[in-house]
Structures are given as C-alpha cells and as structure tokens.
Design a protein around this ligand. Structure first.
Ligand code: 8YV
Length: 328
C-alpha cells in the first residue's frame, strides 16, 4: 500500500523545477506570492506541516516553535546559514534541522571576488559614467583604482566558502591570510599557501582587503566592531558576503564616510533590508541585495539538497545535512 505523503510547507517561491519535483514527491503547499510569510502564516505552517522548508527571510525562533504542533518533525532549510532558526529549541522539541551546504560555495566565492574587484577597480563608478551619457573618452588619470595582485587578503572564516575565496584570490595574485576558530590542517594550509593568524586584531591591522566568510553565531556577532575596524589600514577595503551582523554597520558607515576605511563591498546587512541610508550615498561602497548565491544552478542544487534531506528523513535516517547545536 502506498504510504501517506509527508505534508511539506515551502515558505517562498523556489525555481519551478524544484517546486515541481517537490510536488511529485510530497503533499506540498507552495506559495503563489513571492513575499515572506507573515508571522501568522508561519505559525499556521508549523502547526499543520510535517516538514517546513523556510529560507533566510523566515524567523524560526522559540516563540514560533512553541506554536508547532506534534506533526512538525523537520525544518529543511533552503540555504546554508541557519542563524534565523533557533536550532537548540528545535532540538529540545524533537524537531530536526537541516541545511544546504556545499552547493552555494563557488557562487558565493565568485561574488566575493566580484565585490573585491568592483570596489578596488571602481566598476560602479565607471558604469555610472557610461549610463549618464557623459563619457568624454579615455584619459590617463581617469578612474584609477588599485591593483588586486600583490595585495594581502585576510579571510575571516576559513570554512568551505573562505577556502574557495582563497583559491580564487590566489589566482588573482593576492597573498592569502586567514583567521578561523580552528586552524586548518597543515596540508590544506600549505595547498592554499595561506598564513594563519591566531590573533584577529593582528591580522586585521596588516591586511589590504578583509573578506568576511564566517557564519553568524553569538561569537561572531560584531566581530568587526568599532574598535577592530579602527585597526584597519585607511587604505583597506572590507567585503562581506556572509552575514551583516558580523560587522557593526553603523561604525563601518562612519569610518567609510570620513575615509578611515577606503571602501566596502557588501551583499548582506545588519538589519536586513533596513540599511543605514548613509551607506547608499558613498562612492567607495558597492552594495548588492544579498545575491551571493543567486545562480539558477545553485538555487536548483539547493532544492535538490532540500529534497534529499526530506527523503532521507522519510526513509527513517538522519538527513545528511542535519545541523545540531554543537556545530554552531
Ligand atoms: C541564500 C545564504 O540565498 O544560504 C545562505 O546562508 O545566505 C544565501 O546565499 C539564502 O540563505 C537562502 O535561504
């Protein structure tokens, strides 16, 4: 006898191929609108579903989990970062959490390089000149940027994405440095020709470019606070494709405005869409709308990971990408 299908609620529109496959496999509720669910809609979802498939735009905190019914068994997050989910409370309530690591590594690392290049080579300023229709032709001193080759890149967070950034940046001729809560194994460190800094302060003070690639956890909150930002060289550039709250956004904005930091490339913000308005006014800042992993291929592979996690759970096994509090 065919078994009853698991009921799955997906909180956002996903690529059509992913939604269609989910519909073939599960009793699925898809969204018509591509807006985040309201708190009431999320509460209804956790009450009624066996499986919730949220994204970074859904806050799954203890208050919401308290409203979950007995049915809810798995939160199969569509995304790698799980800082919007209270993983410890979910675990206490017997709800598993999984994510989609690995499939967005290269895309996010590519976007990190794009931001480094965009800021150091002043690409948005060049685009603005062309779009204004005002270009007077080539001039020897126009829009001079800085050469990335030979610069020192300090990577904060040397997990999958940090390492992918290191490989790309090395190919551009950058010197690779990193700080991580755990030092890499010697053979990996040697392959990346990376220099490890136990002291983040010491690393920050010596770098030309800083790239944030660590997850958001209580211990990485404002890791780049005002005091540490002040250690940066005034010629330094900072790039963030990880999570906004690793940097004190107001302190960064103040320092960019007065030229204490040369530039920034940001894909993520401390308070989501509520961005410090002054950041938008700055020429030395490139802002992107959290699109680091936004490739069609990546989004489909994220969906495939979600499906594998749910199917494996349905078959009575641990989802391969289960997240447990001790990993965070
Ligand atoms: C995703 C991300 O687009 O996976 C992550 O952690 O930050 C993004 O690149 C988003 O989280 C999808 O939920």
């Amino acid at each position: 006898m065919p078994r009853e299908r698991l009921s799955v609620v997906v909180t956002r529109r996903l690529p059509e191929a992913v939604e269609t496959r989910l519909s073939e496999l599960f009793d699925i509720k898809l969204r018509d609108d591509d807006t985040p669910m309201t708190r009431a809609e999320l509460a209804q979802a956790v009450k009624s579903a066996d499986i919730l498939v949220p994204t970074v735009t859904d806050t799954i905190d203890a208050g919401l989990l308290a409203q979950a019914g007995d049915k809810l068994k798995l939160i199969a997050n569509y995304g790698a970062g799980v800082d919007h989910i209270d993983v410890a409370t979910a675990r206490q309530r017997g709800v598993l959490v999984s994510n989609t690591p690995g499939v967005l590594t290269d895309d996010t690392a590519d976007m990190t390089m794009a931001l480094i290049l965009a800021v150091t080579r002043r690409i948005p300023e060049g685009l603005a000149v062309m779009q204004s229709g005002d270009w007077q032709g080539w001039a020897p001193t126009a829009l001079m940027g800085g050469r990335v080759g030979g610069r020192r890149l300090g990577i904060l967070g040397m997990g999958r994405i940090g390492q992918a950034v290191a490989r790309r940046a090395a190919a551009f001729g950058m010197q690779i440095h990193y700080h991580n809560r755990k030092r890499l194994r010697p053979e990996i460190e040697a392959a990346l020709e990376a220099t490890y800094w136990d002291s983040l302060d010491q690393m920050v003070a010596r770098m030309d470019v800083i790239s944030i690639n660590c997850p958001a956890t209580p211990s990485t909150f404002h890791l780049m606070n005002a005091r540490r930002l002040k250690l940066l060289k005034p010629t330094a550039v900072i790039v963030n494709t990880a999570r906004g709250d690793v940097i004190d956004e107001n302190a960064l904005t103040r320092m960019l405005r007065v030229g204490e930091i040369a530039g920034a490339g940001l894909d993520v913000y401390e308070h989501g869409t509520d961005i410090n308005p002054r950041l938008r006014e700055l020429k030395n800042v490139v802002l992107l709308p959290h699109m680091g992993s936004a490739t069609l291929e990546g989004r489909i592979e994220m969906g495939e990971k979600v499906i594998i996690n749910i199917k494996t759970f349905e078959d009575g096994h641990r989802p391969p990408d289960q997240v447990v509090p001790s990993m965070l």
